[in-house]
Ligand binder design. Structure first.
Ligand SMILES: Cc1cc2nc3c(=O)[nH]c(=O)nc-3n(C[C@H](O)[C@H](O)[C@H](O)COP(=O)(O)OP(=O)(O)OC[C@H]3O[C@@H](n4cnc5c(N)ncnc54)[C@H](O)[C@@H]3O)c2cc1C
Length: 599
């Protein structure tokens, strides 16, 4: 059976020691009162809820899955509803929501740590509140005052949940092909007809009502993405007082059978003249939906971070316990019939790879969440814009790099178990299955890489990338005279220069042939991902090094482990960039030469 212990120490290290989060938050009027103690208390209590309530339901939920009935209702696995009630009673859905709608108004940087733990404990369960929070974000930004008053307090409290209904059978990535129709009704509402597929949390028995955010076309809408509008389509039409009324014409036609996240209901949703209300302006629905999609992309990164952490913890415990063969350099546990497998260099490679991805991702994610806090609440408009730009640049990296590494990492965790990882008993194969979807939904990782290279980097002539580069430059200059930091700073500075050159080179080639950008994008995102991780690993190493050097004997062993992992990252993972830069530079020709019929 798998185990999970919330990684509180590492979360505190990242938030307090590396990022100085509460000091930074003090600049923001809404969060000026947030102290370390408060942050730690929330994380600790959140961790208890995740480990004690959600984690025990992870395996049973995977085995039972959701159940669909012919009346269109869906039952979640045993224990899910009770966990939802406890979640609500503890005020957990309100954590980072605005106080005016019943939220606690805590910063995203604290919410992010809770999000990670939810996903370590039970990704499938965590998707119900995850999508609800996305719907809250979207309506908070684009809803009318009446829509906000009616829907937001109920989404915040967890009385109602939310979904995002974009995908249709013939269109996933290319939403411009979308066909669902919205016909105006006399009373200002719309009658919406169409079929949406793969809708996560589309139907279930957790909450009183489900608020679907649906993309559809108005009768006079232009073709393509410029003709898409966004509508609220509640499962039960509420009165102005919030009491649920008539059943609306949106029903779950079936559940998908799938590889992982069995306990999350993936629904085909049929809309037959369902009553909906326009959100935002007509034909600007995709823009409005982007609020939800951007938040969800970071949320998906957190899903993989959570899975990596729990899988790592289990593979580490196993590697210390499982006895096989002797160390190449002679017995390390001579009193036992064989050595624990953690003595073997390659088992260590697998463990350290996971550890480096997990801890690098956690630091990156917490920093990104801090940028979200600053972008939302800094009194200075320039600071808000700078944070917003960084968030926008690195959202696709958070989604794609963390989920690619998350899948690789959970696979390594399984591998550490040998054959015992492949069978169900230890729970490792579930993590691999669950982690796989994170590379696909919310825009596949290929689409994230096109977004990064095309829109975020080339789209503004590298301005946002340069802003991130300046942070690196400042760090490199600050640490440039510290010889002990050279092993971390030099590869960081070197990669920074290479990324600048590579971006310019691809940009030039893409001017002549747009396929050049498409051919380079996936490798490019991975290289930028490494630049981001190099920066955060160097920053973490700096803090750890200072603690170890200040008092080598008294320093908490945690810091030595951090330094060793930073060294491993730069020695064994970052060098992947050399090959990636080569393949990114190899151009489109080798991909495009073969006619489709000759494949
Ligand atoms: C379990 C699950 C839950 C989901 N939850 C939701 C949800 O809640 N709401 C919702 O609306 N949708 C949801 N989805 C849908 C999901 O977002 C889509 O599956 C995803 O966006 C990809 O679309 P597609 O499956 O149609 O693949 P396609 O768009 O057909 O793509 C197929 C392949 O082609 C590639 N490709 C497409 N276009 C390009 C291009 N221009 N350049 C390079 N490569 C390209 C893709 O990367 C992919 O590898 C869910 C899907 C699953 C499986």
């Amino acid at each position: 059976m798998a185990q999970y212990t919330p990684p509180l120490r590492d979360m505190q290290f990242v938030l307090h020691e590396v990022l100085g989060a509460t000091e930074r938050l003090r600049e923001l009027p809404a969060h000026a009162e947030v102290t370390r103690e408060l942050a730690d208390q929330v994380i600790e209590e959140g961790g208890k809820f995740c480990a004690q309530v959600l984690f025990p339901l992870n395996r049973s939920g995977d085995e039972a899955g959701c159940t669909w009935s012919a009346d269109g209702s869906v039952r979640t696995p045993e224990g899910f509803k009770e966990a939802w009630e406890q979640f609500k009673a503890g005020g957990w859905p309100t954590l980072t929501c605005a106080p005016e709608f019943g939220g606690q108004g805590l910063p995203h940087s604290i919410g992010m740590t809770f999000n990670e733990m939810l996903n370590s404990a039970n990704q499938a369960w965590a998707m119900y509140p995850g999508l609800t929070h996305g719907a809250y974000d979207c309506l908070k930004t684009h809803g009318t005052p009446e829509q906000k008053a009616l829907y937001l307090p109920r989404l915040v409290s967890g009385q109602w949940t939310g979904t995002m209904c974009l995908t249709e059978p013939h269109c996933g990535t290319d939403l411009g092909l979308l066909r669902s129709k919205a016909e105006p009704n006399a009373d200002g509402s719309f009658a919406i007809t169409g079929t949406k597929i793969f809708i996560s949390s589309g139907e279930h028995d957790l909450a009183e009502n489900i608020v679907h955010l649906v993309l559809a076309r108005l009768p006079d809408a232009p073709a393509g993405t410029k003709g898409i509008s966004l509508f609220i389509v509640p499962k039960f039409v509420p009165g102005a007082d919030g009491r649920v009324g008539a059943r609306n014409g949106i029903r779950c036609g079936r559940l998908e059978e799938k590889m992982g996240i069995h306990a999350n209901a993936t629904c085909e949703m049929n809309l037959e003249g369902a009553t909906g209300w326009l959100v935002g302006e007509p034909n600007k629905g995709l823009n409005a939906m982007f609020v939800m999609m951007n938040a969800a992309r970071i949320g998906v990164g957190m899903q993989s971070l959570g899975l990596m952490e729990v899988a790592y913890q289990n593979s580490l415990a196993y590697a210390k316990d499982r006895l096989q063969m002797r160390s190449l350099t002679g017995p390390k546990a001579p009193e036992k019939p064989a050595d624990p497998i953690i003595v073997h260099p390659d088992v260590r490679r697998m463990l350290l790879t996971q550890k480096a991805w997990v801890e690098g991702s956690r630091c990156f994610a917490a920093w990104l969440a801090l940028q979200a806090d600053i972008a939302e609440g800094h009194p200075d408009a320039d600071e808000r814009k700078a944070a917003h730009d960084l968030l926008s640049l690195l959202t696709p990296v958070c989604k794609a790099f963390i989920t690619d590494n998350g899948f690789a990492s959970t696979n390594l965790a399984l591998q550490v178990f040998g054959g015992h990882g492949y069978i169900r008993e230890w729970g490792m194969e579930q993590y691999v299955r669950d982690a796989r979807i994170n590379m696909i939904y919310e825009g596949t990782n290929t689409i994230q890489s096109l977004d990064l290279l095309g829109r975020k980097v080339l789209g503004d002539n590298g301005a946002k990338l340069k802003a991130f580069g300046r942070l690196i430059q400042e760090f490199v200059e600050e640490e440039g005279t510290n010889e002990d930091m050279a092993e971390f700073v030099n590869p960081l500075a070197d990669l920074g220069e290479k990324v600048t050159k590579l971006s310019m080179e691809i940009g030039m080639k893409a001017l002549g042939n747009a396929d050049e950008a498409g051919a380079a994008a996936v490798d490019y995102l991975r290289v930028v991902g490494h630049l981001v991780y190099s920066y955060f690993w160097a920053r973490m190493a700096k803090v750890a090094l200072a603690r170890v050097q200040a008092d080598p004997d008294a320093a908490e062993p945690f810091y030595r482990a951090k330094l060793a992992t930073a060294r491993f990252y730069f020695a064994r993972l970052q060098p992947e960039t050399a090959a990636l830069i080569r393949t990114a530079r190899s151009g489109a020709a080798s991909l495009m030469a073969l006619e489709a019929e000759l494949f």
